[in-house]
Design a protein around this ligand. Structure first.
Ligand code: NAD
Length: 260
């Protein structure tokens, strides 16, 4: 279904980004991975996906907090894969503290990676998408793009910003064949969330399993983690022709979190 298409997925060496990269590759898209990790592990990942799905898989280690490296990522993907048809803005980090104790440099880092990187990626990829009259921009926001939680000022601000930016891109390109949408996951069990579970277990003096149950119980009515595979399938749908008239949307997959 995506044979002949190419996708750049930021932050795809782990978690949700990796799930989306694999789902797009499974449908035949050539992909460019990005994110941090050990060189050997990344080489194995790249080869594994290429062998399993028979697609081209590249890797670029751009640091998404650096605008010039984001341009480099789009240029590299265009040179190696021939074009960029689908951009998945996924890389993200978390930091938690009350606003009055939130270190300014952590605020800057979260905003740079979770929000400004989304702007820079879109800015650099749009001209070629416009030229071809086809493009898919998929922004991984969060339930925290729609509602707030304590101690997550930078993350919540960035994710609300991503949804707003995504809507502007949708409107500016409504007649161009390019769509721009946000996906808003609830809790997904990835390294980013495991850190929060471990911290909760330590703070409450409970087991990691109990902490995971508490975390889900507090916000996610389904009491089940969303999976990277499920989010991958949503990204596949957004990349399909069936989704050509879906733009400017913020799609939840959050076990009912934001229905409350
Ligand atoms: P993760 O920590 O498993 O993966 C993050 C990825 O981003 C990794 O590949 C990492 O190497 C990469 N990355 C981090 N900083 C980077 C940088 N400066 N430059 C390039 N790559 C960088 O996290 P995840 O849970 O898979 O999160 C992915 C996205 O999904 C994030 O935007 C996050 O906010 C969002 N999200 C996650 C959850 C969840 O419950 N896990 C829920 C809602 C939204």
């Amino acid at each position: 279904m995506l044979k002949g298409k190419t996708a750049v997925i930021t932050g795809s060496t782990s978690g949700i980004g990796l799930g989306i990269a694999e789902a797009l590759a499974a449908k035949g898209a050539d992909i460019m991975l990005n994110g941090f990790g050990e060189a050997d592990a990344i080489a194995a990942l790249t080869k594994g996906i290429a062998d399993r799905f028979g697609v081209k898989v590249g890797y670029d280690g751009a640091d998404m907090s650096k605008p010039d490296q984001i341009k480099g990522l789009i240029d590299h993907a265009t040179a190696e894969l021939g074009r960029v048809d689908i951009l998945v803005n996924n890389a993200g980090i978390q930091f938690t503290a009350p606003v009055d104790e939130f270190p300014a440099e952590r605020w800057d880092a979260v905003i740079a990676i979770n929000l400004s990187a989304v702007f820079h990626g879109i800015h650099h990829v749009l001209p070629q998408m416009k030229q071809r009259g086809w493009g898919r921009i998929i922004n991984i926001a969060s339930a925290h793009g729609l509602v707030a939680s304590v101690n997550k000022s930078a993350y919540v601000a960035a994710k609300h910003g991503v949804i707003g930016l995504s809507k502007v891109v949708a409107l500016e390109n409504a007649e161009t064949g390019i769509t721009s949408n946000s996906i808003c996951p609830g809790w997904v069990l990835t390294p980013l969330v495991q850190k929060q579970i471990d911290a909760l277990a330590e703070r409450k003096g409970i087991s990691v399993e109990e902490a995971a149950r508490d975390l889900l119980g507090e916000k996610q009515p389904s009491k089940k983690f969303v999976t990277p595979d499920q989010l991958g399938e949503l990204a596949v749908f957004l990349s399909s022709d069936a989704a050509s008239n879906m733009t400017g949307a913020a799609l939840t997959m959050d076990g009912g979190w934001t229905a409350q």
